[in-house]
Write a protein that binds this ligand. Structure first.
Ligand code: GLN
Length: 403
């Protein structure tokens, strides 16, 4: 069940001499628990409410654009920092939606998903001894991102039910060694959407300590209840100290395309582009071309996306409440963090194992979102980016849990 099992089993097969040469950095983190849960869902034929990928079709227009790009023979490397059409479209959209003007020639790097953008950003700005402030619970990648880039993470708690942070605690996490803070809004796994006031408080600390904000805004269009998504880069004083990370995956329901990007001031884009170049050379060229079309979709596309997810959120909240979970209602993104205290299980891992093996539902154990795993021991995360028949199957299976 543990994410480490596969790697531990694998490590057992290599000789001691070879093992001695393996990376101490990679030893410090496990494989992704989220992706492990998808493998377990397949193994036990369970409904996958763990990994956040839509199981319904992407937009016909965007898919057609990808087919067309391949037919048009856009099949060789794009320019390493991204096809010009896509970078231009990203710049136009950032200006249109957030009022931030950026230079696509010097400030945008297209990457293999926002995952690579985050890693390239961290490797591009971190020096030994640098600290990075990370709110937790946090998306699991940020831990390995910090380790691989050589940063020392400083965790600051978001506390349920509102997932608010304590301002003094955040202030104490900043200091002369702080290179950056990672801000993921709308937030995975909590569904928190940072308010302007909160972002301004973070901004003031970034300015005081001369730190970057690295923002993961991949869920920007999945937002509910009149909440507004605010990009950190749009705040006074943050235009030139924010690295904004985003991608096609969630907005256009194409998580397998692996097209993301980092928007950063020119000085920061230089090392990000170098790291990206030697990590991957570039993202898939025809899919970048399709991305340029996707980013020009009209506002109605984004309205419909948010409306669709609102229905799914409310449906899933009802299913979970009915099954006995205490839910923290998300204001954005497509996850629901739940409190499992109502069930008689020692912790999130044993509960998740029972759910996938005996009930037929895969979830993500809460501990995988915390540095101190005990903090997530009463929590599991459900995603709701699934078609109605999947949500119905989830409801049906959870009725067994109740019984
Ligand atoms: N971001 C999604 C999640 O949190 C998918 C993660 C992944 O596997 N890349 O579930």
């Amino acid at each position: 069940m543990s994410a480490g099992e596969a790697s531990i089993a694998g490590a057992g097969k290599v000789s001691a001499a070879v093992q001695k040469t393996l990376s101490a950095k990679a030893e410090r983190f496990t494989e992704s628990v989220i992706r492990e849960m998808t493998r377990l869902a397949q193994k036990f034929d369970a409904v996958n409410m763990a990994q956040g990928f839509p199981d319904f079709p992407a937009s016909a227009e965007v898919k057609e654009a990808a087919r067309q790009a391949i037919s048009d023979d856009i099949n060789q490397y794009a320019i390493t920092w991204g096809a010009k059409e896509l970078r231009d479209a990203i710049a136009r959209k950032f200006e249109r939606t957030q009022g931030v003007h950026v230079d696509p020639e010097r400030e945008i790097t297209v990457t293999c998903g926002s995952t690579e953008a985050m890693m390239a950003a961290m490797m591009g700005i971190i020096n030994p001894g640098d600290e990075v402030v990370i709110f937790e619970p946090h998306y699991e990648n940020y831990g390995p991102d910090a380790i691989l880039s050589g940063a020392t993470p400083r965790f600051v708690q978001l506390r349920p039910p509102g997932w608010n942070f304590d301002r003094d605690e955040l202030r104490r996490a900043f200091g002369p060694k702080t290179k950056a803070i990672i801000v993921n809004t709308p937030n995975n796994p909590t569904g928190k959407v940072f308010s302007r006031e909160e972002l301004e408080f973070i901004r003031d600390l970034c300015v005081e300590w001369n730190a970057f904000a690295v923002t993961d805004e991949i869920y920007e269009h999945i937002i509910f209840d009149e909440t507004k998504h605010i990009s950190m880069a749009s705040l006074d004083g943050m235009r030139d100290r924010t690295i904004t990370i985003n991608g096609l995956s969630k907005t256009y329901s194409v998580t397998g395309w692996r097209v993301g990007w980092a928007i950063a001031p020119p000085e920061a884009s230089v090392p990000i582009r170098k790291v990206h170049d030697f990590l991957t050379v570039g993202a898939a060229a025809p899919l970048q071309q399709a991305g340029a079309i996707a980013l020009e979709l009209p506002p109605s596309y984004y309205q419909k996306l948010a409306e669709m997810y609102l229905v799914k959120r409310d449906r899933m909240l009802a299913i979970l409440a009915d099954a006995g979970f205490r839910c923290f209602k998300p204001a954005g993104a497509y996850y629901i963090m739940t409190d499992i205290s109502g069930f008689n299980f020692p912790d999130d891992m044993s509960f998740s194992k029972y759910l996938v093996e005996k009930i037929g539902i895969a979830v993500v154990p809460g501990s995988s979102f915390y540095d101190d795993q005990s903090m997530g021991a009463r929590q599991v995360r459900f995603t709701f980016c699934k078609k109605e028949s999947t949500l119905a199957a989830c409801a049906e299976k959870l009725s067994k849990l109740r019984a």
